[in-house]
Each structure stands twice: as C-alpha cells, then as structure tokens.
Design a protein around this ligand. Structure first.
Ligand SMILES: [Zn+2]
Length: 303
C-alpha cells in the first residue's frame, strides 16, 4: 500500500506542477466520488486523480481508469450505486498512478486490465520524470495489464463495445482513447486536460506534437453531441476540444519561434511566452514554466 501511495504522490506532484515543497499527503478520506449520467448506461465518475468512465452492461461493468489505490472502495461503491454487477474490464488510458492506482484491487475482484503495451512497459520500468527526477516505484504484478494491444482493439462485454485506439507519443508513449459508440461517449485520457496546463511526460515518450495530433483525432471522431470525458477537468464536447487544441497549438508555435531564434530552454522560460494563457487557466508561474519546459523539450530534445 505504501508503494502505491508514493507512486500516487509522484504522479500528483507532476500533474499539479506545484512548487517544490508544497506537497502534502492527499486526504483520500475526504474524497467523494461524483457520478454524472451520460446516458445509455454510461457514466462519468470524478474523485481525486484522473476522471473515470463506466459503461454498465448486463454482464458487468467496463471501467476506464482507476484513480488512486486508496479510493478503490469509494469507486466500487459509486459503481454499485448504478449497477449490481462488478467491474469485469478495466481499461487504462495510460500508466500514471492517478489513473492506474486501483488496478490491483479491481483485478483481485475479477477485472481484466486492458491497455496499450507501453502502459505495461512503463508500469514495470518508468523513466524518471523530466521535471522532478522522481521515479515511480514498480507496481505489483497484479496491477499490470494482462491484455495489451499496439494500434487499435475492441472490448466487448454484455452487448456493448468499447473501441480503443492508441495515439502515439502524446501525453506518454502508451496513450489510449476509448469510445463507446452506442452512448456517443469518448474518454480521452490526459491528452485532454482542462482547467490547467496539461502534463506532457516527455521522459516517457510524451510530446506536444502528439498532444495536438490526439486532439485532432478526437475532433475528427466527435460530432456536436459527443460527450467527451477529459483526463482531468470538467466534462466537455467537440467545441471544448477545438478550443483546447488551439491553445496547445499556440503554445507550440510560440515556443517553436523562440527555439528558431536560437533561445535556450532557460531563455525561453525567462521570456514567459505563455503568460496570457496562464492567466486564462488560472495557473501560477511555476505551472507555466513547467509546461514551457515540456513543450521546449518536445520540440528540441536534448542531444
Ligand atoms: Zn497522466
């Protein structure tokens, strides 16, 4: 359990991009799981960590992401309030601890964990975080996906289908999105993070270019009625992803221009090129500097 908590803290440290030293142990006991009915037996669950999506079927539930290990009982209770059947399939959008912390506990109750092959690889041996140097501890074998895929796959349960597809080198190198066509619900993983600067895990294969390409894929897939569950932040729609994609492209273009003019990473951070975007997001200067560094490293990798 302690190993899971430390992994969770490492992930939170990066995701919140808070100043060093400002971290405190999350109070999981205070977390309440909020359930939003998206229609057609499909729900969004929000607690602490990545947003979750649940598809209820007559053969059990399909759950997308599992937040932190200490929240398992609360997540399970929230699902029990919408279906008497347990989670049979757990799909991970990527390897980060705030999306996979509950894996072992759900697997112990019979859920098959499904993810891109690089989720399994990164859970076994993650690279140190690019900004903090923190290395998430290895997770127990029980938390690893047993069914992996590389390009696209589908999961079928109780007459419902989850379409799963990989977006290369975006938030990480193992990102999946999950689309429930019958409910017109799209779970994006952290390629879409709203209300703050997203994280790009460049040490584990993430890249701003893939974040934008992934957003483009979501815009192409969605219509105006599609309900879009982002990795973090409020439920959104196609228009919301279009605006988010434009923000990402602006960040990329400004930092690419500074790189083209010969600026170092320190120069680019000092130029504070995302100040206006930080104001719009309500993000502090540390978060803006961190995101600037991650975009810089995406566009101009070391070596
Ligand atoms: Zn993440």
């Amino acid at each position: 359990m302690l190993r899971f908590v430390s992994a969770a803290l490492a992930a939170t440290l990066v995701l919140l991009a808070s100043p060093a030293g400002a971290q405190t142990t999350p109070d999981y006991s205070a977390v309440q799981i909020k359930t939003t009915d998206l229609g057609h037996g499909t729900y969004e669950l929000e607690g602490m960590g990545g947003n979750m999506t649940v598809a209820v079927t007559p053969a059990g539930a399909i759950l997308v992401d599992s937040e932190f290990a200490p929240l398992h009982d609360k997540i399970k209770a929230a699902i029990a309030a919408i279906s008497p059947l347990p989670v049979k399939i757990l799909i991970n959008t990527h390897y980060h601890g705030d999306h996979t912390g509950g894996n072992a506990a759900f697997a112990a109750e019979g859920a098959l964990i499904v993810a891109h092959i690089n989720v399994r690889n990164r859970l076994i041996s993650p690279a140190p975080n690019a900004l903090t140097g923190a290395v998430p501890p290895a997770v127990p074998a029980a938390a690893l996906p047993l069914r992996t895929y590389t390009d696209t796959t589908t999961v079928e349960l109780g007459g419902r289908t989850a379409r799963i597809a990989h977006i290369a080198n975006a938030h990480t190198d193992g990102d999946s999105y999950i689309y429930f066509a019958d409910a017109d619900v799209l779970a994006t993983g952290d390629i879409v993070t709203l209300g703050r600067f997203p994280n790009i895990d460049v040490a584990n294969g993430g890249n701003i270019k893939g974040m934008i390409a992934g957003s483009d894929a979501y815009i192409a897939l969605a219509d105006d009625n599609t309900k879009i569950v982002p990795g973090h932040g409020p439920l959104t729609n196609k228009a919301g992803v279009i605006a988010y994609r434009a923000m990402l492209a602006t960040c990329r273009d400004r930092i690419a221009a500074l790189i083209a003019s010969g600026k170092s990473e320190a120069d680019v951070v000092a130029a504070n090129p995302l100040a206006d975007i930080a104001v719009k997001l309500g993000a502090d200067s540390t978060a803006a500097a961190n995101f600037t560094r991650l975009v810089y490293r995406s566009l101009k990798p070391a070596n």
